[in-house]
Write a protein that binds this ligand. Sequence first.
Ligand code: DGY
Length: 307
Amino acid sequence: MARVLLTRSLPFDAITTLEADHDVVTHPGPLPPDRATLTHLIADADGVLCLLTDRIDATLLDAAPRLRVVSNLAVGTDNVDLVACAARGIPVGATPDVLTEATADLTFALILAAARRLADGERAVRAGDWRTWEPAGWLGADVHGATLAIVGAGRIGEAVARRAAGFAMPVLRVGRDDDLHAALGQADIVSLHAPLTNATRHLIDARALAACKPGAILVNTARGGLVDQVALAAALHAGRLAAAALDVTDPEPLPVTDPLLDAPNLLVVPHIGSATRGTRERMVSIAVANLVAGLTGAPLPHPAPGT
Ligand code: DGY
């Protein structure tokens, strides 16, 4: 019976099916295994179902001589060294498509929340600061008709663009070869959907933020590493950006002492783009299908992009 490591407890039906005919070892508890624990647990695994919180690199792979498949429970695979896996003939699976709509929904929720200052308003109500209807209180920005730059116009970016059509928003799609700074100069709202690679790390740096239209809003539901957070904090403090809403940060979790959290008009949520019950069930099903295929030597139904 093949031995499979789950790096976190996954309370979903697909795991019960997996357990029926595999020897499944699950790292217990709500937190990721630390490096030493992961190295120990993976040593005799034939396959691993891992999360975006697990770093799967060459050193770890060297400690896993039996490993035949890495199945990542995410569409992003920046936590996995794809080159090191390929060099060892280990296929890597991902979970594309099934989280596209849920992530686009959250993106739009963040766009609306940041533009209309939902977090500020909610805090004011709880603090007893809602004294009357205020003609100039909690003023935000219009979303309807605002120009939206979608940076990284893949599947999720396109799903956001479809939602933007309902808000009569002109959409600027910014691909790898497009002029990012020119688009930033025209956009009222900038939404990030690019994968994190060496080329995209800190894509939104101080220069990019300086190129933004004054009063623009930045939304990131992709990867925290796309944004230079020191530069973002400075742009928010300076009022150069009106607001930012982040589902992802670098690192994750963002320490409560991180200076970014002192910046005004900032909304941060804990990486919940795909966090709907149905989406997570589908993600786990795909991850299990990838895992089982890899264990039998069959092509993975959903290989990681670029593998
Ligand atoms: C992913 O899949 O890459 C998301 O960030 C988590 O669902």
